[in-house]
Design a binder for this molecule. Structure first.
Ligand code: HEM
Length: 152
């Protein structure tokens, strides 16, 4: 069971963190090749699809993490500082995801529906900053996973 839990944990974490990396390091720098009016539409569609994926991946990361911690490793006492740190970082990332979804993403959705592109891009700017923070936390959590592997 531990192997399946860790496999789910790694795939879900990779899709979540990797998706944020793609948005920041690939999608955004590529935007200047299309017209400004099309950028808001592309960004909104990309966010809409990716955030839907995170609604599935975030619970998988948390549940598989708790499954590993309590079902395999003996609970909080059975794991080291790296897993405690990863657990904390994972919860902060989950909370930030909810802020992103209910905050700037809903604002961008309303602005797109009203055809207000400047407001949509302003909401996208807030969304981008929060995704930047969550991506950095995700990279940290992945690194902590490496330490956890060697018993830290
Ligand atoms: C997005 C956030 C997270 C990322 C990127 C992440 C990443 C990882 C990685 C890469 C490993 C593999 C370590 C190995 O090879 O053994 C790992 C293991 C683990 N993670 Fe996470 N994790 C995250 C969130 C969480 C959360 C929220 C929890 C707790 C609820 C958690 C609990 C664990 C546990 C218990 C292990 C096994 C550690 C061991 O083998 O000793 N993780 N995680």
């Amino acid at each position: 069971m531990g192997a399946w839990l860790l496999a789910v944990h790694l795939v879900a974490a990779a899709l979540w963190v990797g998706g944020m990396g793609y948005a920041i390091m690939v999608l955004r720098p590529s935007l200047p090749v299309i017209e400004p009016a099309a950028r808001a539409a592309l960004l909104f569609e990309a966010h809409r699809r990716f955030l839907r994926i995170v609604w599935a991946m975030m619970p998988l990361v948390l549940l598989s993490g708790y499954g590993l911690m309590f079902g395999v490793l003996g609970g909080f006492r059975g794991v080291g500082w790296a897993v405690h740190a990863m657990h904390t970082v994972g919860l902060v990332m989950g909370g930030l995801f909810l802020v992103i979804w209910f905050g700037p993403f809903q604002a961008m959705r309303r602005a797109m529906a009203a055809g207000e592109l400047p407001a949509a891009m302003a909401a996208n700017e807030r969304l981008r900053k929060l995704i930047g923070i969550n991506f950095s936390l995700g990279v940290l959590a992945l690194a902590l996973g490496g330490f956890a592997r060697f018993g830290a």
